[in-house]
Design a protein around this ligand. Structure first.
Ligand SMILES: Cc1cc2nc3c(=O)[nH]c(=O)nc-3n(C[C@H](O)[C@H](O)[C@H](O)COP(=O)(O)OP(=O)(O)OC[C@H]3O[C@@H](n4cnc5c(N)ncnc54)[C@H](O)[C@@H]3O)c2cc1C
Length: 277
């Protein structure tokens, strides 16, 4: 439970405050930190509210979304692509959407994440800030797949912003849960490119599976790219084989494998038909 609330004056100050206190967390919207039964354990909260990370800007070839941008801001902004608005709408509560941030959602990388499957499928980049062992401030830009693959190693990293390419990449995500308020059993994200000769490339398939984390299905990605998986049925079969799932309150492992394969199959089919999300 939070007993101390500090307000960082800039990004370096936030990192320094965090390093000074092992039992501290960055405080964005606070919706997970304050949730009953939260996964986040901390005594000190370091507010990111004064860091100016709450804007969405057009940078020519990319759109830059500050980590403190709320899910509602994503929905309201004309700059944000439809696929990301769709994912933000997975959060059914207007009140929560006005508090919950994109940075907090990504940092959690939860197995019922609203945004992670879509953002991972988009191949966006993340701007991050850190302190070196000697306490020197540094900023970096990393592909989101790296942030997912080495998530534990990024635990002290401050997310500054998310950079999304304004290309014609297909990105889609679908959420399957008992209701918009309950934790999803499965959330799928699918992204890919197709050139004028219909050659498919840069396929990304990510699935957040309740009880089993956010999984990258790289064998499915490779199968689609190298032409082994060309039909929706083949893609679905492959997703069902590769997905790791367990039985829990959100559904049986068989259900999760079935619904994840349906979800990816739907998005793959839409992509092949040239649809947009
Ligand atoms: C009833 C209820 C249901 C929920 N259901 C879902 C759900 O279905 N799916 C889902 O994804 N989430 C769910 N959540 C969790 C939460 O609302 C969202 O994940 C939200 O997007 C978290 O963002 P936040 O800004 O509130 O994060 P916070 O609660 O402020 O922080 C969450 C974590 O992220 C870290 N963090 C925050 N910002 C940064 C940053 N810029 N850099 C590095 N670390 C950072 C914090 O230190 C903390 O560890 C639910 C919460 C509640 C209360």
């Amino acid at each position: 439970m939070i007993q101390e609330y500090l307000v960082a004056s800039d990004t370096e100050d936030a990192l320094k405050k965090k390093r000074a206190n092992a039992k501290s967390v960055f405080y964005a919207g606070g919706t997970e930190i304050n949730r009953i039964g939260s996964t986040v354990e901390a005594k000190t909260a370091i507010s990111l509210a004064k860091l100016g990370l709450d804007t969405i800007t057009d940078e020519g070839e990319t759109i830059r979304i500050g980590s403190m941008v709320t899910l509602q801001q994503l929905i309201d902004s004309p700059l944000v692509p439809v696929w990301l608005k769709d994912a933000a709408r997975f959060c059914g509560s207007f009140t929560k959407r006005n508090m919950a941030t994109i940075g907090g959602n990504l940092a959690l990388m939860s197995d019922y994440s609203y945004l992670a499957p879509a953002l991972l499928a988009s191949r966006c980049r993340l701007f991050t800030a850190n302190l070196t062992e000697k306490g020197i401030y540094s900023e970096d830009s990393i592909p989101i797949r790296e942030y997912h693959a080495y998530h534990k190693q990024f635990s002290g990293t401050l997310l500054l912003s998310i950079s999304i390419y304004k290309d014609d990449r297909f990105v889609g995500s679908l959420r399957f849960g008992m209701s918009s308020q309950s934790q999803a059993a499965v959330t799928v994200g699918f992204g890919a490119m197709k050139d004028s000769e219909q050659v498919i490339s840069q396929v990304r398939v990510y699935v957040a599976v309740h009880g089993k984390g956010v999984q990258r299905l790289d064998k499915v990605e490779n199968g689609i790219e190298n032409g082994e998986l060309t039909r929706r049925d083949d893609v679905q079969l492959s997703v069902g084989h590769k997905l790791e799932a367990v039985d829990d309150i959100s559904g049986s492992s068989d259900y999760k494998r079935y619904i994840a394969s349906e979800g990816v199959g739907q998005l793959f089919s839409l992509f092949i038909k040239g649809g947009t999300r």
